[in-house]
Design a protein. Sequence first.
Length: 309
Amino acid sequence: METDFIRWLRDRLPPHPSLQVGLGDDAAILRLADRADTVVTTDLLTDGVDFRLAEIDPRRAGRKALAVNLSDLAAMAARPVAVVVSLALPQQGCIELAQQLYEGLLPLAQEYDVAVAGGDTNTWHGPLAISITAIGETTRRGPLRREGASSGDVLVVTGQFGGSILGKHLDFRPRVAEALLLNDRYELHAGIDVSDGLSLDLARLVAESGCGAEIDPDAVPVAPAAQELANDPRGNKSPLDHALGDGEDFELILAVPPAEASRLLSDQPLDVPVTRIGRCTAEPGLWTRDPQGNRQTLPPTGWEHVFDR
Ligand SMILES: [Mg+2]
């Protein structure tokens, strides 16, 4: 099955300038830009955790598996170059499923100019698992990291938050072009993508930077989907709760020195709004502070993988 499938896949892969040797040999050969650092990230998605194959078109699962990796490269302000894709497929209908996954993944790869350099395709008795490893390269101003924010930095975010389970968690656009543009034009101190929750990922950023953060709850851009979820009488969360803790928004949080932040916020250089949500504090921790000055501890909420002990 694998030979036929690789032939099917090879016919669908366009040439890529960084890919010297792609599918068909024992390993791929990439040629990366001179003097750039190589950025590597990987994500493992499984049926029942990251998507429910019984409920969605498999193409959306394939697309998501690539998109989450691109979002991590965006968080580092790295330009995506290539990916390798490993599939563990349930035996029943495995070829059709593999093709559908790729039919979701390949258009996104092409849109983001990423070479599919190789991978592995196996079957087993378990549910679908997709592991993608993405390789990127840094650009002129180097990578963006979680470390580097300092007291007084302004915290800005792209886009809106909350309610991603209603669709955005599958169909989001990784903020690659946005991160590259912002990193090129503005001095950014630190950044992270919101995979697990705005408050949880913000807590991770400030923890790595050795500072804290205060956010203005009224300033958080709440997605209509968060409002929609909050309206459901079965739930007990406010739209803001959803925005702070739902996760899988795949937007960016950036810590920006104040003068640069003012310039960025007035320029609004992206197709998506950039919003100031708060600032970094010297004291480690996470708080909300409203415009009247009332300060409250903000417990980070979001998705965390649970491991059996
Ligand atoms: Mg991330």
